[in-house]
Design a protein around this ligand. Sequence first.
Ligand code: PLP
Length: 375
Amino acid sequence: MTINPTWLTELDTPYLLIDETRLKQNIGYLKQRVEARGSRLRPHLKTLRTLAAADYLLDSKTSPATVSTLAEAEAYAEAGYTDLLYAVGIAPSKLSRVAKLRQQGINLHILLDNLEQANAVISYADKQQQTFSVFIEIDSDGHRGGIEPADPRLIDIARKLGVHFNGLMTHAGGSYGCTTDLALREFAATECNAVLKAKQQLNKAGIKCPKTSVGSTPTAHFGEDFNGISEVRAGVYTTFDLVMKNIGVCDFKDIAMSVVTTVIGYNQEKNWVLVDSGWMALSRDRGTANQQQDFGYGQVCTIAGEPLTDIYVSSTSQEHGIIELPGHAELKDFPVGLKLRIFPNHACATAAMHQGYHVLMSDGSHNTWERIQGW
Ligand SMILES: Cc1ncc(COP(=O)(O)O)c(C=O)c1O
């Protein structure tokens, strides 16, 4: 059922719109999928970064969650959430903020992948008589950071951390490059095998590894078996986006985020429609540029959320979006003042351009959510 209440067209544009019905479906689907395959979700809260969305993503204040900044950790801790993984390598200068939250009873876990970081943690812990919970990042796909599962330095790092060592984690960001279901299933298996192999190495050396954490939105949706994996992380699945559609993880009908925009004019000679959403509203992200379908700066939809075939935001300046109409579309169908929705390439990047969101509740009513800012 398409709900299209009048308030959608009455708010000043551009604004970021969240569709609650789709959000709930996306969240519910992945939770049951992961649990049915032997693990549990530790949702990444970074896509929407709002206290309101955490309520949908987490069953209780003690449910595991992932954050990408200490600002988020502080805000969620203040709201009562107690089990947070800060999933970006720890900078020694940030240990005092981590310690402060841990002293408040927050089980804030940190991440590292080298001996220098481990030394900094131990030196702080010894000086301040502070216990930490540390995950070591494993590189499962050569995509970013982490230490390879068979690297002997893994044992040195875990030994150095001693009682502060709590587990292994990996993030198969390289899965974004997959285009077939088979490749996604294989990538998900590789991600799990990497941490299980690393755990085996530690166990052989007599080191216990209480937790194993894997995940990205594509691998969480295609993994067939999560037995032996303590938790699966995913974030962008909350709203999905065009990058995920191209990978084959979702369809248009699942995308729960759009930017609402207004037609403000034309370039008649070129058959261009101008809208009031430039990169300040959509972000500079061109994540679909090298995928099977390039959606420019976003897929144009009616205000009711129906995608318009082959109509994209072709280019942007700061506050202008240019829609180069294809041959089958006519300027007269886009009168000045018309409201449209634009699906984003990368939901995390587009959301970051907005201080807050408007939410289309399942019953058609209007809500607003404030975004947590900063680092
Ligand atoms: C460490 C880590 N875990 C999980 C995720 C979530 O992955 P996705 O964005 O595919 O949902 C990310 C995303 O960047 C991440 O960096």
